[in-house]
Design a protein around this ligand. Structure first.
Ligand code: ADP
Length: 587
């Protein structure tokens, strides 16, 4: 995506070095060029002046001396160190110090010779046809033994070229030195400039990697402004990320605080789930996020309902169940529009099993209560009709029997209604802070049932040995405790033919316990788990004889639970039953 810091700085350095080198080479080149031209020109001018002087003096010397032209040319060449040529006025070369004159061409057309033949000093530079090298020529008019001739001196340009090449060499050396110096300076400057850049780049990469707490380096000049901008960017990012995280944490806390499972489904994948989702269903080992709906472990019926969006186009809800664990769920689905991967749906699932059960319990209770009320009510009606008929037939004894039975049924009805009223009261919220003296409550309950026990020929005893000299107060409503003890004693007396009933009080640091033990018929083990249910009877016929309503033990349980206590039962068929009421103790 981005080039590495090394490559960025590398090219930066290279460009800096190359830039410096180019500038240095240009400057050195211009300087060398501006020196090289005038220097070469000066050397050429010097040579021309020197040759002209020698040509003039040589022309004078030629007219005065004696000897053949060849001798004169050789002698002058020796004394000047130059090449000397003597040319006749028709252009014939009379003598040349550097070669055989007879082999040389006619020189009349040579520019310098032509100028000298016209009485001027001529100058020319060209390649010598005779010697094959570049020469500078100067020719001057002269006379030899009274005859008009041309005296020419010439010198190879090699010397000047030497000077020029020296200048070139110096220029090149200068260029090289400038190049090396420029590269060095460029390199050093790039190193100095790159160091803060590299630090800033490292800081930017650290930020990009998510670390927004490391300090940012300072830098000089414009880089300082860049560092400042980076700091501002970092602070803004930190603040924005902080706000986003806080928002997300709040949303998460809200979601996790919900009792209902919440899923966000995109296409057919879970993209978000709250804590309750994990509690209601088994969270996949890899977490919910990204898990396909089919692999999320939802009960099949629920999975289908969620996948099919409950068959709705808009927000809607429905009930699904039971699942293999006999649970019922209320599912609400809200379409949230398209996401990156597909349509998104918010799914809220609540476990309504207990609500369902409660509904069922209520329905059952109403049906049972109606049935229980209907039985004595119908009996009273029938007995009234029968008594009426007997009275019409003047059969008063029979009529009185029916009236007596009517009274029994009316009593049964009264007890049932009283039990139902107790039940409804025990369903309400208890009054906080109420206290019951359990010793007094037990004493009163025993007093109320003493006559019934005595009628049945049973002993009735109160065992307080475990609570001698200690107060036994329970955090419970006195009416609740009275209802519980009343029902326990009524049962114990009703289901005991011989022996007796003992009420025992005990207390520890936390609880007060009241146990009612009888020596009665007992309850078969398979019925024990259900005896606290409303209207549950072990033996309907026997219960009817005993006058029980089937609500006694459920009233006891409600009274115990209302006070935050418990009730338990132990029984052995033919030997007796013990019911223990445990209530929270208070001072
Ligand atoms: P009921 O008012 O009909 O006695 P309960 O709810 O008090 O109803 O008791 C439920 C059933 O438990 C009764 O039908 C009875 O068969 C049995 N039961 C309760 N207490 C005793 C006991 N002390 N001994 C034997 N059976 C009992």
């Amino acid at each position: 995506m981005t080039r590495s810091i090394g490559s960025v700085l590398g090219s930066f350095r290279l460009r800096l070095v190359l830039g410096y080198a180019l500038v240095a080479v240009l400057l050195a080149g211009v300087w060398a060029w501006s020196l090289y031209g005038p220097l070469t020109q000066w050397a050429t001018d010097q040579q021309r002046t020197g040759l002209t002087e020698v040509a003039k003096v040589g022309a004078l010397t030629l007219s005065q001396g004696s000897g053949t032209p060849a001798q004169r040319a050789a002698s002058l060449a020796r004394s000047t160190g130059l090449r000397i040529t003597i040319i006749a006025s028709d252009g014939t070369v009379l003598a040349d110090s550097a070669s055989d004159a007879s082999a040389m061409q006619n020189h009349a057309t040579r520019p310098e010779v032509a100028a000298a033949l016209h009485g001027r000093v001529g100058y020319a530079v060209r390649r010598s046809a005779t010697l094959g090298t570049q020469y500078a020529y100067v020719a001057a008019p002269a006379t030899l033994q009274g005859v008009k001739t041309v005296f020419r001196v010439s010198e190879p340009l090699a010397e000047i070229e030497g000077i020029a090449s020296q200048a070139r060499g110096a220029g090149l050396a200068l260029l090289l030195v400038a190049l090396v110096l420029a590269a060095g300076v460029g390199w050093w400057l790039s190193l100095t400039a790159a160091r803060p850049l590299a630090r800033l780049q490292t800081a930017a990469e650290t930020m990009a990697a998510g670390d927004l707490s490391s300090p940012l380096p300072s830098a000089p000049g414009e880089l300082g402004e860049l560092a400042q901008s980076l700091t501002t960017l970092r602070d803004t990012m930190r603040a924005t990320i902080g706000e986003l995280e806080a928002g997300q944490a709040t949303l998460r806390a809200v979601l996790d605080g919900l009792q209902d499972a919440v899923f966000l489904i995109e296409a057919d994948d879970v993209v978000l789930a709250n804590r309750a989702a994990g509690a209601l269903f088994h969270e996949p080992a890899s977490g919910w996020r990204g898990t396909p709906l089919a692999a999320a472990g939802l009960p099949t019926s629920l999975e289908i309902a969620v996948r099919d969006r409950l068959g709705c186009e808009t927000a809607c809800s429905g009930e699904v169940g039971p699942d293999p664990e006999a649970r019922y769920f209320r599912v609400t689905e809200v379409p949230l529009g398209p996401g990156a991967e597909g349509a998104r749906t918010l799914v809220v699932i609540s476990d309504v099993t207990s609500v369902r059960r409660l509904d069922q319990v209520r329905r059952d209770f109403v049906a049972n209560a109606s049935h229980e009320l209907k039985t004595p009510a119908s009996a009273i009606q029938l007995l009234a009709d029968a008594a009426d008929t007997a009275a019409s037939d003047d059969d008063m004894p029979q009529a009185l029997v029916f009236v007596g039975q009517m009274k029994d049924e009316a009593e049964r009805l009264r007890r049932l209604v009283l039990d139902l009223l107790d039940l409804s009261r025990l369903d309400s919220v208890p009054t906080p802070g109420t206290i019951t003296d359990v010793r007094a409550a037990a004493t009163n309950a025993l007093a109320a049932h003493r006559a019934a026990a005595s009628d049945a020929g049973l002993r009735l005893a109160l065992d307080l040995s475990a609570v001698v000299e200690s107060d036994v107060y329970a955090a419970a409503e006195p009416t609740d405790v009275a209802v519980a003890l009343d029902n326990l004693l009524a049962n114990a007396i009703a289901y005991t033919a011989h022996g007796g009933v003992t009420v025992r009080l005990a207390a520890d640091e936390h609880d007060v316990t009241v146990s009612v033990t009888d020596t009665g018929i007992g309850i078969p083990a398979e019925h024990l788990p259900r005896v606290f249910e409303r209207f549950y009877r072990v033996d309907a016929a026997r219960t009817r004889v005993s006058g029980g309503t089937g609500l006694g033990l459920s009233l006891v349980r409600n009274a115990a639970e209302r006070a935050g206590g418990t009730v338990s039962i132990e029984s052995s068929v033919g030997r007796g039953t013990t019911v223990t009421l445990r209530l929270p103790r208070t001072v």
